[in-house]
Write a protein that binds this ligand. Structure first.
Ligand code: PLP
Ligand code: COI
Length: 351
């Protein structure tokens, strides 16, 4: 480790105020955060200090032009209390892909990994050990430089904050296939984890919630004939015994859970097709009984089975299967993540 991180530990930990048996998702924060400033053309001042407010000028460009990107990762503990990460370098690479698209300076891999490892060392006791819980990690970078000129900032902050978390969704997930709004367009920033992508999802999602759904199934922006993502998750559809997922593109996030699930499914003799999925085939297969499962996959939500979907004022229920692909694949990936099984892929990283 040679990032020369300044460590300013808290005097009094808040950990005793946390009920680790009843964790919400992403609203309780660990004692410390990692921060680093980009100034005069370089990253400097890497520090670990108390999680808390940061001071920004009202003209900071993040407030006006939304120049911000983030990642989502998790840390786990195994039965021997080792600290584990899942494919962390993939998150770093994707952060830098997002950074390039949003004209944010690249984060050196060493800085990302050193900051993360040191933070997890200091806040190690915050990593939950209960099944289904983990430490959700949120690395993010935003324009802290000032000015109303609509151009990239010259100063940025890179922060890693963490939150011991339980399940992202409570209960069944009911989705609405979107016919009007889009989360992303060709040539746009859908493939990047840019903050504004999520803000733009809130309004259509709110309309869906008002109709009794939890999430929107995003369709392509031009024809709305193809399903692309499930809220902030990649989408998988099982028709008969074939698992289908949309190919990544300008509009679709290249999910780490998605690509891991594709690999695991193939290695467990599940037929996988990576191809465009039409709304029409989903509706028709729901009608003729060949639609067996739909689920979303992502770091926060892991694998979330969809219990029903709405389209053109009609709801279609999915069957409740024993030994579903969703449950098999969720078990396999979480067993790898938490060291309950061999990791033939080298995805698990022990700190
Ligand atoms: N799609 C979107 C839009 C997301 O925000 C996420 C979450 O990160 C995903 C898919 C799933 O990606 P991953 O599995 O890398 O978390
Ligand atoms: C994740 O799955 O980690 C994400 O970043 C999605 C987020 C919007 C909760």
């Amino acid at each position: 480790m040679n990032s020369n991180i300044q460590i300013l530990p808290v005097q009094n930990s808040r950990i005793d105020t946390v009920d680790f048996n009843n964790l919400p998702f992403g609203t309780l924060f660990s004692d410390h955060m990692f921060t680093c400033d980009y100034k005069d053309g370089k990253w400097q001042n890497p520090t670990i200090k108390a999680y808390g407010p940061i001071e920004l000028n009202p003209s900071a460009k993040i407030f006006h032009y939304g120049q911000s990107i983030f990642e989502g990762m998790k840390a786990y503990k195994d039965a021997d209390l080792n600290t584990l990460l899942f494919r962390p370098l993939d998150n770093c690479k994707r952060l830098n892909k997002s950074a390039e698209r949003m004209v944010i300076p690249q984060i050196p891999e060493e800085l990302f990994m050193d900051g993360l490892k040191k933070l997890l060392e200091i806040d190690n006791a915050w990593i939950p050990t209960n099944e289904g819980s983990s430490l959700y990690i949120r690395p993010f970078v935003f324009a802290s430089g000032n000015g109303f000129h609509a151009s990239p900032a010259t100063e940025y902050k890179f922060i890693i904050a963490t939150a011991p978390s339980g399940a992202y969704f409570a209960g069944k997930v009911k989705v609405l296939i979107e016919e009007k709004y889009a989360r992303a367009a060709n040539g746009g920033v859908g493939f990047a984890k840019a903050g504004g992508n999520y803000a733009a999802q809130f309004y259509p999602t709110q309309l869906a919630i008002e109709k009794g759904y939890n999430q929107v199934i995003w369709t392509d922006d031009t024809s709305h004939e193809y399903i692309e993502e499930a809220g902030a998750m990649n989408i998988f559809v099982r028709i008969n015994d074939t698992l289908v997922t949309s190919p990544t593109s300008d509009r679709i996030l290249d999910g780490i859970t998605r690509k891991s699930i594709i690999q695991i499914a193939k290695d467990n003799d599940i037929d996988v097709e990576v191809r465009k999925i039409t709304v029409k085939e989903v509706v028709e297969s729901a009608k003729n009984g060949t639609l067996k499962e739909m689920f979303g996959a992502g770091t926060a939500a892991v694998i979330s089975p969809i219990s029903s979907f709405g389209f053109k004022e009609q709801d279609f229920d999915l069957p409740e299967l024993n030994n579903s692909y969703a449950s098999q694949l969720k078990k396999r990936i979480t067993d790898i993540q938490t060291n309950k099984t061999e990791d033939p892929y080298g995805w698990r990283v022990q700190l």
